[in-house]
Design a protein. Sequence first.
Length: 238
Amino acid sequence: MADGSFQINHWKKKYLQYRIIIKFKNVPENIKMLQDLRSHFKIGTININQHNVLWAINHKKDVTYFLTLIKNHPLLHLKTKTHTTILKMIYALDHKMSYNEYQFLKEKENQGQWLWPCNKPQQKKNLTSFNENMKWWFVGFAEAESSFCIRKNGNQSWSISQKDDRQILESIKLYFELPNKILKKKCGTYVLETYNLKSCICLVQFFDNYSLKGDKNVSFQLFKRHLLSKQQSLKCRV
């Protein structure tokens, strides 16, 4: 699994500081993936500790550039809190907001008053079709939040989960025509899991065309070989 965050901090209550973090498990495939991303965008630094590898974007110019990419190519999945933080970051950077101005708006928001000059995030709608950008977005989402599993009895399953957001899983279920129900765990995490052979083959065909890059690709290749060994020839839409 992976994690990411958009942060608005401050230096001694004088200046606002902005930070974007993308974090994966520390394995060679994930290190290479984040190094490739850093090399492509030419921003941020790669930090590695015992358990995780992080791509950290700290400089204001680099954060602004990255947020511009998100603004021009909106992410399909954003928790309301994260989406709100991104909108605040974009506005604060565009208008060179001071710490005092930010703190005033933050305090009013905590009191239930939205005084930010930018609109609150709108309700997301379910998607029944993915364009090219959406398909690559799904690859990144699956890289972080999905699992390929081969059971001891020889059966296979694919699952994807997200905390406090059923809607994005509904869109994935609709697009891939998955027959399975979305379940909610006690912790608030929603899970979409399919054992259906045709559905799994459909997902394999999708990821053959839109390849995973990190550690998830290793488990996908094992999953794919397992399905091929069953010598099935089902067809589906991707």
